[in-house]
Design a protein around this ligand. Structure first.
Ligand code: NAD
Length: 437
């Protein structure tokens, strides 16, 4: 049968992407699309379904009006994007940040689809956010914006539909408000609607540390493959929040020296290694690493040139670019953040023999323990922290081992290898389910 007469042949043309998807080609969504293009030649017959990964299933933009403490009414823009649901309900965090855009949320949702498939948890990918600087809100305003946003996206989320979790500037308290708001709206307590909740509200032991622990676990595995000793290794960390702070702490406990840390407030350096517990305490007290007494301050851009063995970007997207990739001295980059490296920078690092352990496997520990939390909520039976950590480490090691093998077999980067595994799982599910109607 010729392709023209075969109804199941790949379509020669697909409809052009809508303008909001084409816009911002250099932004996070454009980067995600480039990453999908890079993996397409490795997808075999499943490549005919690849457009499915380039079109988010459902994108919701919501207006979030709230009463401010000064009596005014303010409107914020919120988003929830369900990128793919072929393998299960949507899953992905909620970000509160002044730079959140639809393009960013779409990309983050796309990366969640790949990541969830790479570690084989039974979820699709989703993400949400509000364009707001939460540091400028009072606690009451923060609660009101969270509750109104949850009500607005309540029409598409739910324990079997789409399950939000924490991301940048959102935490256990915000998850508790989201769970409560959703529960009030449906008339029953639904703990499984979000993960990353406080322990006494159906949260899981080990969830808070899970992403950092996953970063550490795959970092150690990757280091072993390239013969890099963790003990004494010099580490630079960008972003010292949930992910970067915990990863830095675990590497320091394993004998590495965390020599440089950068966050939104400043950059600090100590040749002999920073006292990580003291730094975490300082951040808790002051909100930033800036002004930490036992360190020298560095200029913002000097961070990328710090002499080190391991670099952990754990803040935001598009931090490692053409402009600074050439300065990086580390042998290995472990992406705690989502999307921190642009495709051009990826190429520069590959050519310079710097191993990049990509976000879609490196930071998958968070969603893995979110999955454990969701399972525990459904069964109302809770596991011990040791049990959770052991299961997490096992899944991360196995998933990373598979990624390493695919990279060797195909002579591709770890990012392309993770995309090969993730995309094949998603597209296989898509193919088996078929299109309805
Ligand atoms: P967080 O809010 O706890 O911490 C963010 C950190 O980034 C803070 O230290 C902040 O000061 C720093 N930062 C913000 N803007 C910066 C800038 N311009 N330059 C340098 N530092 C800056 O957030 P988090 O949960 O640790 O998330 C960090 C990254 O990890 C994000 O990319 C997020 O998507 C990703 N991630 C988080 C999880 C999770 O479970 N929390 C899971 C997977 C991936």
């Amino acid at each position: 049968m010729s392709p023209a007469s075969n109804p199941y042949a790949p379509t020669a043309t697909t409809h052009a992407l809508p303008s909001y998807l084409q816009a911002d080609k250099l932004g996070p969504w454009g980067i995600y699309l480039q990453q999908v293009d890079r993996v397409t030649p490795y997808l075999g017959h499943l490549a005919r379904w690849v457009e499915t990964l380039k079109h988010p299933k459902r994108s919701l933009i919501v207006d979030v009006p709230i009463h401010m403490d000064d009596g005014t009414i303010a409107h914020f823009e919120g988003y929830r994007v369900q990128h793919n649901a072929s393998r299960g309900p949507g899953k992905g965090g909620v970000r509160f940040h002044q730079d959140v855009t639809l393009s960013e949320v779409m990309a983050l949702a796309g990366w969640m689809s790949i990541k969830n498939a790479a570690v084989n948890v039974p979820y699709g990918g989703a993400k949400g956010g509000i364009r707001v600087d939460p540091k400028k809100l009072s606690i009451g305003e923060l609660e009101r914006i969270t509750r109104r946003y949850t009500s607005e996206i309540g029409i598409i989320i739910g324990p079997t539909k789409d399950i939000p979790a924490p991301d940048v500037n959102t935490d256990e308290q915000i998850m508790a408000w989201m769970m409560d708001t959703y529960s009030m709206n449906i008339g029953e307590t639904a703990t499984g609607v979000v993960t990353g909740k406080p322990i006494h509200l159906g949260g899981s032991l080990g969830r808070r540390e899970a992403t950092g622990r996953g970063v550490y676990t795959v970092g150690v595995e990757a280091a072993r493959h390239i013969g890099l000793q963790i003990e004494g290794a010099r580490i630079a960390v960008q972003g010292f929040g949930n992910v970067g702070g915990i990863a830095g702490k675990l590497f320091a406990e394993a004998g590495a020296r965390v020599v440089a840390v950068q966050d939104h407030g400043g950059t600090i350096y100590r040749e002999a290694g920073l006292d990580v517990p003291a730094l975490l305490f300082h951040v808790k007290q002051t909100g930033s690493v800036a002004g930490f007494p036992q360190a020298e301050a560095l200029a913002h851009d000097a961070f990328w040139g710090v002499d080190g063995d391991i670099l952990i970007p754990a803040a935001l997207e598009q931090q490692i670019t053409e402009a600074n990739a050439g300065k990086i001295t580390a042998r290995m980059v472990i992406e705690g953040a989502n999307g921190p490296t642009t495709p051009e920078a990826d190429d520069i690092l590959r050519d310079r023999n710097v191993l990049v352990v990509p976000d879609v496997i490196a930071n998958a520990g968070g969603v893995t323990v979110s999955y454990f939390e969701w399972v525990q909520d459904f069964s109302s039976f809770f596991w011990s922290e040791d049990e959770i950590n052991a299961r997490l480490v096992r899944i991360m090691k196995e998933a990373f081992g598979a990624v390493w093998q695919v990279a060797q077999d195909n002579q591709v980067t770890l990012r392309t290898a993770t995309f090969i595994i993730g995309c094949k799982r998603i597209l296989h599910a898509r193919e088996m389910r078929g299109l309805y109607p």
